[in-house]
Design a protein around this ligand. Sequence first.
Ligand SMILES: [Zn+2]
Length: 112
Amino acid sequence: MQYRCPKCQSVKIMPVSQGTNSPRPNVPKSLVLLVPAIFILLILVVISIGMWIFGNGAGQTLQISTVVVFAVCVIAGVLFWRDLPDFKISMQAFMQAQKHWKCRDCNHEWQN
Ligand SMILES: [Zn+2]
């Protein structure tokens, strides 16, 4: 099974909703936690750098929050790493169950 557009061979394909009983991949909770945690960490780091450049350094609250969010990222990262094999299987099952695809390059729609 190939995940390419049959028309233009692009790999930029996306699943088209098959209605209410469409299969969904089992997204692990660790990933749900990890993505926003990394996002918040990036924002905090950018703010800290900004404060170091334009001010007298990052405030203590900001430093503590950065450390806390960093710890959350590490924990979520470890949990996700453990969930990864299950997540891969779940994603593969989803890709195989998904019959209806759409190409983002040429808007071609097809069914496997
Ligand atoms: Zn295409």
